[in-house]
Design a protein around this ligand. Sequence first.
Ligand SMILES: [Fe+2]
Length: 405
Amino acid sequence: MAPSLPAEFSEEAIAAASNDAATPYRDLIHSKEPYRSLFRANPWMRAPKPDEDLVWGQGKYYDTTVARKHPYWKDISLPTAGKDIAQMRRDLYEWGYCLIEDALSPDQNQTIYQRLVDQAQAERDLGIAYLSEAQQNLWSLVNKGDVFVRCMTHETDAVQAGLLIERLLDEMMGSGWQHLSFLANISFPGCRPQGLHQDHGLVGTYKFLEAPVHFNTIYVLQDVDEVNGGTLIVPGSHQRYIEGNGTFGELPPPINLEAPAGTIMLMDGRVLHGGAVNKSDDLRYIITNSVVRPFIRQQESFHLTISPEVLANASEKLLWRCGFQANGQRSMVEGYGYYGSGKPGDGNGAIVHARLAMEAGEYRRIGELSPGVPPIETPTLKMIQEQHESWRVVARQLIQRIRAK
Ligand SMILES: [Fe+2]
């Protein structure tokens, strides 16, 4: 018979002692902010319910236009596509986004665009496509073309503004950011608008006021405007969020993004935005590549997603950017990574070795061990340590110190 619990540990006693308990942390986590305050102050920003018809001419958030035609915004100097990095820094701080003109050369743009068109069609034909009322999402591009891998490491032969993008992301979030996801968003004629949201909403109701933890890199592959669904953006909303201490008061209206093909938009994860209605007769393709501070769980599980073929040829940079460099705080495999720096190429935390062994069906985990009873099969960890973990030398010295006691 199981020993009886002390009375204070019983379900009934805990429940009785929890009535009216102060729970300020839980209250914050469940506060539904910043959307609760946003919709209270701006009811016209609420997303239409799935069975609701879209309403035009009544000031709904999705019923908007590009900045230069917008009565509220037309005389305000919002970001436009350019190549001046100093202007981009100012735009990012003031408006929460900037537009990099010709970030893709026409050839680069065409290569990516055509690859997406073909892949998206093939996935729809196979019936495996992921769609919502707002768009088709084409996930795991990392496996769907070498050009995407090269974009993920910002090679200038794939994305000519790669170095500039890396520099700005380093400045916005410190180096060591990693990919959250790399996908295409394809809006289709007659699609419904996405609700306005912050992409950093994945960190919940915690307040990130001092600096962004998430940035989106948006590849504009066709000219976009108010007709074909240029992304809805509330310029400067990241600053309103900061001023509101993680809540929102009354906000100005969103605009539709207007930008030529080949532009890349960098957007602070705190900026309110959403997919727009596509009123054209054609599909509209963009890529959204979100990057995050590395403590954030990835939207695409790159550890499981990336194909063995891509992994076998992966650069140290790709592995690093996709979360394959463990350190003592994240992504360890059976402890491997505890000595890791999290930096590219560091063998003390290169968990790709574990993944490749698993892929080959050769990975042997450590189970229950007893002194003097050798395991039936050598744990794979031991082999990985011997081959790749330079800090094992120090670990052995420490083991010896305990043995000497
Ligand atoms: Fe978004």
